[in-house]
Ligand binder design. Structure first.
Ligand code: 2HG
Ligand code: ZN
Length: 460
């Protein structure tokens, strides 16, 4: 250890796993954004809460900033360490701590992957319902830090709904037990909810008690082709009124092109500008209702074609068309927007934004997709070959400013589910008032008086 601060840490915690190899610094210093050059001081991988607390206390003594780190699948730079921070990886703290069949809760360490949480719930005959494509790599602690949403929000809500208790290490190293699994707890500020979505700026989530629910009933998956963007919201209203939806996701032909080039199989012939993947509870009556909704959509001119999965394999193939989009775009290092609106505000907003993006990104490949049933759109912009990285980012930032102004007028948010991180902090003021931001800064100051937890994230 050439760095005196690290030498002091290693001396104090001789069993702490500490990495300083350049390859490790690079691996743990970045997330899926790939925009910043990783430059952490070192990586600490504590084995338990006590060791983690000791690291946080050392960081306070030495004034070393900490970047809490889960699966680093984030898309807003929330887990990037580019300024000599200590990355505090929860990777080794990945075990189930307990299951309570009466409370129907699962208590886990924060480093467990979402997929492992799903499997642990399934072993108990229950369901942890938050789900999205990064399930195999993202950690439950990271999900909590961003209040992750995903593909089943329409049915089950966001991560926030499923957290019955949190154990957190605050900025000064103190351990907090928040809500302790209670269903009802009217005893003042709900600090658990404050921690959820705080992006590692208030504390490090080390354990979580998750609420579980009944496994979902059998379902069916349908792919629909649509002629216009206006038709999207009409079809959503139609299907939601007749079926119990588990998911309602959309993507454009541009997204389909990328995902097909990445190995997915085409499921509907011909060229169509918009597609919907929807999943709904199945029963004999639901079959008839789905068919009737489909026919009604065709009669109105809102649906051009469709296919219903006849097997689990076919359902998975239809889902791949939607869930494979991010991975298929990743080699292009797209610029991402992740925006949220009330569903009722979507039609007017979409019309305005289509015109804006057409005007501002004339020859760019702009890929739209997302959780349209929740009012959440993902816009991925790909760099044209004739533009440098920096000119590309500058152009996208210019458009994001216009997008943020439009969102503000329509009462939306600049981040639906990916968080603010480094990527969107310049636009926080379009979603939160000055008074709110001042309160948020004040809360941060209370939890982390030395400002060592994930500095630079969330606020400029
Ligand atoms: C999804 O919905 C994820 O697939 C990623 O939130 C979105 O890549 C994106 O922009
Ligand atoms: Zn998403």
């Amino acid at each position: 250890m050439t760095d005196a601060r690290l030498a002091a840490l290693a001396a104090r915690l001789p069993n702490l796993r500490l990495l300083t190899d350049p390859a490790d610094l690079e691996h743990y210093g970045r997330d899926w954004t790939r925009r910043w050059t990783p430059a952490p001081l070192a990586i600490a991988l504590p084995a338990d809460v006590a060791e983690l607390q000791a690291v946080v206390r050392w960081a306070n003594e030495q004034q070393v900033a900490i970047v809490p780190s889960g699966g680093r699948t984030g898309l807003s730079g929330g887990a990037v360490a580019a300024n000599g921070e200590l990355v505090l990886s929860l990777e080794r703290m990945n075990r189930v701590l307990g299951f309570d069949g009466v409370d129907r809760t699962l208590t886990v360490q924060a480093g467990m992957t979402l997929h492992a949480v799903h499997e642990a719930a399934k072993e108990q005959g229950l369901l942890y319902p938050v789900d999205f494509a990064a399930r195999g790599s993202c950690s439950i602690g990271g999900n909590i830090a961003t209040n992750a949403g995903g593909i089943r929000v329409i049915r089950y809500g966001n991560t926030r709904e499923w957290i019955a208790g949190l154990t957190v290490v605050a900025g000064n190293g103190e351990l907090l037990q928040l809500n302790r699994g209670l269903i009802k707890n009217s005893s003042g500020y709900d600090l658990r909810q404050l921690l959820i979505g705080s992006e590692g700026t208030l504390g490090v989530v080390v354990e979580a008690t998750l609420r579980l629910t009944d496994p979902p009933p059998p379902s069916q998956v349908m792919l629909l082709a649509l002629p216009t963007m206006d038709a999207l919201m009409e079809v959503f209203a139609l299907f939601r009124s007749r079926l119990t939806l588990q998911a309602f996701e959309f993507f454009t032909d541009a997204a389909l092109r990328h995902v097909l080039a990445h190995g997915a199989q085409r499921a509907i012939d011909g060229e169509h500008p918009y597609y919907v993947v929807t999943e709904f509870d199945s029963s004999e009556s639901a079959q008839d209702a789905a068919l009737a909704a489909f026919e009604s959509g065709v009669d109105h001119g809102w649906i051009s074609d469709g296919v219903i999965a006849q097997s689990d394999a076919q359902a998975a193939a239809l889902w791949r068309l939607r869930e494979g989009i991010t991975e298929s775009l990743a080699p292009h290092r797209p610029y991402k927007n992740d925006i949220s609106l009330r569903i009722s505000a979507l039609p007017a907003f979409l019309r305005e934004i289509q015109a804006l993006l057409g005007r501002e990104y004339p020859h760019f490949d702009v890929v739209w997709f997302g959780h349209i049933g929740d009012g959440n759109l993902h816009i991925n912009v790909l760099r044209p070959d004739d533009l440098s990285d920096s000119d590309f980012i500058a152009q996208c930032e210019h458009v994001t400013k216009l997008l943020a102004e439009t969102l503000q007028r329509h009462g939306g948010s600049i981040s639906a589910e990916h968080g603010i991180g480094l990527v969107k902090r310049a636009y926080l003021g379009s979603t939160r008032s000055e008074a709110e931001i001042a309160l948020m800064r004040g809360v941060r100051q209370v939890f982390d008086p030395n400002g060592l937890l994930n500095p630079g994230k969330l606020f400029v």
